[in-house]
Structure formats: structure tokens, C-alpha cells
Design a protein around this ligand. Sequence first.
Ligand code: MLT
Length: 271
Amino acid sequence: MGFSPPLPVLAHTVLGPDGAAPLLFVHGFPVDSRMWSAAAERLAGASRCILPDLRGFGRTPPEPEQSIAAHADDLAALLREIGERRPVTVVGLSMGGIIAFEFFRRYRPMVAAIILVCTRANAETPEGVAKRGAIAEGVLAAGVRGLADTMIGTVLAPGAPRAVRESLYGMMLDQPALGVAAGSRALGGRRESFSTLDAIDVPTLCIAGEEDSITPVELMKAMHEKIRGSRLAVIPASGHVPPMEKTQEFVDVVAGFVAQRPAAAEQPEVR
Ligand code: MLT
């Protein structure tokens, strides 16, 4: 009889003291956990920052097939693996926010709060599914550079510092084609999350970039209005990646939200 060993846990970095309130940072597409590094270093005094590389990105090897649900399962497995037994604040940017919705649906007891950054709740349109499939094929045939060249032109605010642009572009180029292709198809196959917005019953913060052309402020505002009791923060002069473009402003908003949460030690363990 065959035996399939479990897939290895996600590669990850943990910053901050063990007892501090856990923040689980879920990165966007097509990059890795380094997009959070500067912000997490500043938040790590008062929080335990958990920074996974999703499967197929950064240091975590790809699988030929991927789904948003599998990403969420990987995150739950990681929390168990590192012994994080308290509910976490899930911080998801764009693709990471889409995964945060799925994580909430599948692992509600593991979620203390949610921070949605520049993300969207819709299922992919038929044109979008075709586009994601074409991106996957293009990347497998010719590598990730073409996608990186296209994305870097739209993802940041026009005034973003050159160092941020170079760092993000370099991170895109570092990603394995197989992982990016599988990730693109997973985004194409995602389910809608509008129905989840009504069901969110944990404290939620929505963060928008004032100059984000991928998930504009209006989209984030509409999402915030559907989530009971949620807050909306708009980061001035930021595009789609506030933690890199406007790190201190992003950190201040997250730290303010986290400071209003009960101390981690008061959170009941979930498993
Ligand atoms: C992201 O930042 O995760 C991407 O913009 C998601 C997408 O391609 O829609």
C-alpha cells in the first residue's frame, strides 16, 4: 500500500516575543513574506509576527496544482506546527485577503480578528479566469519576467520610492514559475466572499491605499460597509502595497487596531 508523507510545513519567519498577540501575515501575488518584513520588524515589539511563504512562493517549494482552500489549510497546519494555540489576527493583502476569507470560513475558532489590506471579495469573472490561465501558461513558457514587467507598472503609486519599486520587482523575479502559475490558477478558481462579509463576527480593519488602482478605495469602502463594526483606514499616497510603500503609516494603523484587542494571554486557547 502506498504512503504519502505529509507535505512540508510552510517556510516562515517569526518575529517578536512568544507571549505577544499573534499576527499572521499572508502575502500577495506574486511575491513572498518579505513584502511584510519592514512593517513586521516595527510591529514585533508588541506582537508575535508570523510570516509564512505560501506554497509555491519564496522559500516554500511549489506544487503543480494549488487552490485558495489549500493555502488556508497550509496556514492552519503552520500554526499547529509552531505551537501557536491562541486565535490569531490574520493580516491579508490582496491574494492574502482572499485567503483570509477562506481561513475564516474553515478555521473560525483560530481567528481573533482580521485585517484586510487592498483586497477583493468577488469571484473571478470568466474573462478573469481566462486571463489567469493565460498568465499561468505564459509564465510556464517564458518565466516570470513578463508578468513582473506588467505588474510593476500598476501595483505601486506613481510616487513610490525607487527602492520600493526595485525591491518589489526583484521579489517578483525571485518566484518560481511553477508556483506563480499554480497561484495564478488558484486565484482564477477562487469562490466569492461577499456572503462571508455578513458572517464576519470578529473585529475587522480594512486598509486601502489612496492611489491603489488594482483594488481601489471604493472597493475597500464597500467591503467595510458590509462587515459589521469594521473600521476603514485609507493610507495616503499609497498604491496596492501599503506595508512597503508607506510602512510607518501602515504600522501605525495596525498597531492602533491591535492595541484595542484583548491581551493575548487573555485569549482562550483554541486546540
Ligand atoms: C495581489 O497583490 O495579490 C494581486 O494583485 C492579486 C491579483 O492578481 O488580483
